[in-house]
Design a protein around this ligand. Structure first.
Ligand SMILES: [Zn+2]
Length: 349
């Protein structure tokens, strides 16, 4: 916890850390395993020679008032990932899970853009949300405060290093959401990902209150891929982006609680095989099942949530399986639209 909550947040607001409840189990199973640590270490210091060659595609300063930028950067990708998903993209592209999560974010932003333009008289028809590939990010050892951080950097450290790299490249400038896709399936300190104040909202101005730095968020695609499924990877990627579009006071005005996970929905559906499934939207992903290992997702989120306060939660008793939809709940889109209205007004002022 290198950061503290400020600005838009109430005193008891928690940072959005979608961490896992299974820390103890994972520690005991994997905690001091030298080979794992070494591999993680190599990945952490960027010695994999597998960085994407995508160059910064946007001058942050050129962003106009009718555009919100969502920039996605790949973190270090360990060699086994390339072998598993194909090395053809080693130089010119991203591994398949990153590509599909990027596409999921594009789809989610298209949902938001459509909703915002059609439901708000303050958002013009030409309002655009641009989802783009950002620079790849490495984690040099000198950037980490403690030796343990080399092996399992905390969420706070990952976000700080990410922001420093973006600043060095002139990529910061709001409003923007900078997303880091990382591949750290064993890093329980990052869990599935998350954001931290004060850079947890796209309109964030940064710790000194002046420079616009936008939001930085992490989606641990490696964790969801290894422990869960592609469907959950997609939803968590969307989830971590939407954290940066949902300020607690607007969440509370619409949803009645200041927890944005409650904006999600979990609806019972009958599937073709006569199974009963619980269909979970992105903001409810990792929070819709019982708080136990394998409760919907392999690891249950530890952030705030209350099933009774979800915009819809039909209960998981008697459910045969969980399924995941990238379609956002209306409440999620409504709050994000209000926030877009607010930052547009602020920029025009
Ligand atoms: Zn979350």
């Amino acid at each position: 916890m290198g950061n503290s909550s400020t600005a838009d947040h109430g005193p008891d607001h928690r940072d959005h850390r979608d961490r896992t409840t299974a820390t103890a189990q994972r520690r005991s199973r994997f905690g001091r395993t030298a080979s794992v640590s070494r591999r993680e270490f190599i990945a952490a210091v960027g010695g994999v020679g597998a960085a994407s060659l995508v160059s910064p595609s946007t001058d942050a300063a050129q962003t106009d008032t009718g555009t919100l930028r969502v920039s996605v950067s790949p973190g270090p990708i360990p060699p086994p990932v390339w072998f598993r998903y194909g090395i053809s993209g080693l130089r010119r592209d991203w591994p398949v899970p990153f590509r599909e999560c990027f596409a999921a974010i594009e789809d989610a932003m298209a949902q938001l853009q459509t909703y915002a333009v059609s439901h708000s008289d303050r958002i013009d028809a030409d309002f655009d949300i641009r989802v783009e590939r950002g620079p790849s990010v490495r984690f040099p050892p000198l950037a980490t405060p403690r030796p343990s951080e080399l092996v399992l950097p905390s969420l706070s450290t990952v976000l700080d290093v990410f922001r420093d790299r973006l600043r060095d490249r002139g990529e910061l400038g709001g409003p923007a959401c900078h997303v880091l896709f990382c591949w750290s399936p064993l890093n329980y300190r990052v869990g599935y990902g998350g954001t931290m104040s004060p850079n947890d909202l796209v309109g964030a101005t940064g710790s000194n209150g002046t420079a616009a730095e936008g939001a930085q968020t992490v989606a641990n695609v490696g964790a969801t891929e290894v422990w869960d499924s592609r469907a959950i990877s997609r939803n968590i990627a969307i989830h971590e982006v939407f954290h940066t579009l949902l300020p607690p006071e607007l969440v509370e005005a619409v949803g009645g609680t200041d927890c944005d996970h409650d904006l999600g929905a979990a609806a019972r559906v009958q599937t073709s095989g006569d199974e009963r499934a619980l269909r979970v939207t992105p903001m409810a992903t990792a929070y819709a099942g019982p708080d136990e290992l394998g409760g919907g997702t392999r690891f249950h989120g530890t952030g705030c949530y209350d099933h009774d306060e979800f915009t819809r939660h039909d209960g998981y008793e008697g459910v045969d399986r969980f399924e995941y939809t990238t379609t956002l709940s209306e409440a999620t889109l409504a709050v994000a639209t209000q926030y877009l209205e607010r930052i547009r007004e602020r920029r025009r002022a």
